[in-house]
Design a protein around this ligand. Structure first.
Ligand SMILES: [Zn+2]
Length: 271
């Protein structure tokens, strides 16, 4: 793939990163990412994927922008309150980087739409506002062998992990029972959701390009009130009702993940 002079200039500062180069840039350009949720988390993830040059970003979120979203919604404007947020997000992202493609899906994640969305994607970012949508995305990513970056927060606490179906614990392995989690039940600072979102976007960029070491099979917990970070290894349940069969098939060589998994083997990155 050839880059235009504009693209080469736009991405020149990251292309010069050791281990990234034009090959890393090409991998981003060839990739499609689906982001569920366009809030303080998903909107910021999408922003950093867009400026990095991920070729196609699919934003999935129903509903209109509210005034109380604006303490963390960096893709929105005050005048957009009351309008569907995905369309403004698309407009802002394309204003910043017109060299990429952005698809705005003004729908919530449902059992009816999730498979078609995930099948188009090389990577998914779970930034949904409730566990129902998170579970639907996790299950579809396992079904289709698509890696998923899982990012969630509550108040000043956040966690992050990268799930590769069959290789790492999935969301159901980590949370066998749906946690009590009320989206209105906690306060949120934009700098907290934004910090988590930057790390989530970076996880995706690392997975897609082979740069650095992603958090595969590791759960990063962050207590941002005290700036305390820790990594844990969650249990990968061989009998997980969601990923157990996929794990067994994968170990037997019967199925392979989409191109991220192949790529990580090629580049020697542990995954
Ligand atoms: Zn599992």
């Amino acid at each position: 793939m050839n880059f235009t002079p504009t693209e080469l200039e736009r991405y020149s500062r990251q292309i010069q990163l050791p281990g990234f180069g034009e090959e890393g840039q090409k991998r981003l350009k060839d990739s499609t990412a689906v982001v569920t949720g366009v809030g303080g988390l998903g909107g910021t993830v999408a922003l950093y994927l867009a400026v990095a040059g991920v070729g196609k970003i699919i934003l999935v979120r129903g509903g209109e922008l509210r005034l109380d979203d604006l303490n963390r919604q960096i893709l929105m404007t005050n005048s957009w309150v009351g309008q569907p947020r995905v369309y403004k997000a698309r407009e802002t992202l394309l204003n910043i980087n017109p060299d990429i493609e952005v698809e705005a899906v003004n729908e919530f994640v449902t059992a009816d739409n999730i498979d078609a969305l995930v099948q188009q994607a090389d990577i998914a970012f779970d930034c949904a506002f409730d566990f129902k949508e998170r579970t639907l995305l996790n299950n579809a990513c396992v079904r289709w062998g698509v890696p998923m970056v899982e990012a969630a927060m509550s108040g000043m606490d956040a966690y992050l992990t990268t799930i590769i179906p069959g290789e790492t614990p999935c969301l159901s392995c980590i949370f066998p029972e749906t946690p009590e989690w009320d989206r209105w039940g906690f306060g949120v600072l934009g700098a907290v959701s934004g910090s988590l979102a930057c790390l989530a976007a970076l996880e995706g960029i690392k997975l897609l390009t082979g740069l650095g070491e992603p958090l595969t099979g590791q759960l990063l917990t962050m207590e941002l009130g005290t700036a305390t970070f820790a990594k844990r290894r969650p249990y990968h349940d061989p009998n997980c009702p969601v990923c157990g069969n996929f794990t067994k098939q994968r170990l037997s060589g019967y199925v392979t993940n989409k191109k991220v998994g192949v790529r990580s083997q090629e580049s020697g990155v542990r995954s």
